[in-house]
Design a protein around this ligand. Structure first.
Ligand code: SF4
Length: 176
């Protein structure tokens, strides 16, 4: 084998090795998210190309889910909270996921049966049923109404949320 053939063989082996490393990185990355099986059709996690937000003009709503998966001919939104541990989903996270379900419904014309909320140790499958949909619409309505209020009452009882809040220094409703 001449020097050119040796160089070509080495280049080929190097490309093969790099392809293996990329494949392995993708597999480990996916395993780290705890995502179920399903084709990833959208990701806002910076591993693929830049993504545009989903937009629903009818509800003046826009957002970027962490992933959209194609499962059983449905488009399923996924929200990942890698550092969160809780026995059940937080209400705010459920509403955020519901908003992504509504965006999928509006942009694809098909309402997803559920969304997936991934915490550090487990994944919750949250049905996007009529009850959750109506709760979301009512919450969006209240948020828009409150945008024009001078004073808005605290809507939670979570001291940790106040401890991390940037408005804490001058908020009269903070929890200690
Ligand atoms: S400090 Fe005030 S604004 Fe911040 S989370 Fe608490 S109640 Fe809300």
């Amino acid at each position: 084998m001449g020097p050119i053939q040796v160089a070509l063989l080495l280049a080929f082996l190097l490309i093969l090795f790099l392809a293996f490393l990329l494949w392995r990185r993708a597999m480990v990355g996916r395993a780290g998210t705890g995502l179920p099986k399903g084709q990833i059709v959208y990701s806002d996690m910076g591993q693929w190309e830049e993504t545009s937000p989903l937009y629903a003009p009818r509800y003046a709503l826009a957002g970027k889910p962490d992933y959209l998966l194609r499962i059983d001919r449905q488009t399923i939104p996924v929200e990942v909270k890698p550092s969160r541990r809780a026995p059940e989903p937080y209400a705010a996270d459920t509403l955020q996921l519901a908003a992504y379900c509504l965006l999928v419904e509006e942009t694809t014309g098909v309402r997803p049966a559920y969304g997936l909320l991934r915490y550090r140790d487990q994944t919750f499958q949250i049905p996007f049923d009529e009850r959750l949909r109506q709760t979301l619409l009512a919450t969006l309505h209240d948020m828009r109404r409150d945008l024009h209020q001078r004073d808005v009452a605290r809507s939670h009882t979570e001291p940790v949320r106040c401890r991390l809040c940037g408005q804490r220094a001058h908020c009269e409703q903070r929890l200690d």
